[in-house]
Design a protein around this ligand. Structure first.
Ligand code: ADE
Length: 237
């Protein structure tokens, strides 16, 4: 998978894309990152990328030319998803991460400005994504969140292949509680069933705990799910 990032602050990405799972994925050749300062695509010799809004009012607006030129240069020969990070976008969730993880090429556009010229929205991008109902100073942190959640879904990116499958949200439920040694810590004991070695009972206990946690914390997730007979029985217990 190729991931391009267009930003005026490329230094924000240094470190993040080289570290841990994201860094290892690049080392293994699973993903290729490229961070581009779209000021390099400005048509003016001063590197101007924004201007005052037509009709007046405060703030600056990102001009269309540098972003169109940058994307057209980067997208040669590919059919990328071109994603604008902004608070007005589609609310981000795991199902969108799974959808993006199947693409060959993603281009993220990160702005720090009051606005984008509307022609960027209408004629350049394919997606607008928001990571939540709050306003960040720019799209960079939001793009990092999306990139992290997409790269870890690439086959081979996580050491342990099963872990992405049992994650919270990919099952539609929150994760069950985890324990490791010691079996007793400051008087707090690990649930007996996890020490029993009885795999079927352990699976049932985990499913029950997932259901309980989801019901307590995020009941709306349960409403979106088609419950199996076993799930309904466990919820009724
Ligand atoms: N840029 C500023 N705020 C944002 C948000 N909540 N999501 C995505 N991009 C943003």
């Amino acid at each position: 998978m190729r991931i391009d990032i267009l930003t005026l602050f490329p230094e924000m990405f240094s470190g993040v894309l080289q570290t841990s799972i994201l860094g290892k994925a690049a080392e293994k050749g699973i993903v290729q990152y490229k961070v581009t300062n779209f000021r390099d695509y400005s048509e003016s010799k001063h590197g101007t990328v924004d201007d005052t809004p037509y009709g007046g009012g405060g703030g600056m607006v990102l001009k269309p030319e540098p972003l169109f030129r940058a994307v057209e240069d980067i997208a040669q020969g590919t059919k990328p998803r071109i994603i604008l990070m902004c608070p007005q976008g589609r609310p981000y969730r795991q199902a969108i991460a799974e959808e993006l993880a199947r693409e060959e090429h993603l281009i993220f556009i990160c702005g720090h400005y009051e606005g984008y010229d509307e022609r960027i929205r209408e004629h350049l991008i394919t997606d607008e994504i928001s990571i939540g109902d709050y306003v960040l100073t720019g799209g960079e942190l939001a793009a990092m969140v999306v990139i992290d959640s997409v790269v870890r879904l690439q086959p081979g990116a996580l050491g342990n292949e099963t872990s992405a499958v049992t994650d919270s949200f990919s099952t539609g439920l929150l994760e069950y509680p985890h324990y490791t040694r010691p079996a007793e810590f400051r008087g707090w004991k690990v649930p007996e069933i996890l020490l029993s070695g009885h795999h079927a009972n352990i699976e049932r206990w985990r499913l029950k705990e997932s259901l309980r946690r989801t019901l307590q914390r995020r009941p709306e997730l349960l409403e979106q799910l088609e419950l199996t007979k076993e799930m309904s029985e466990l919820l009724a217990e």
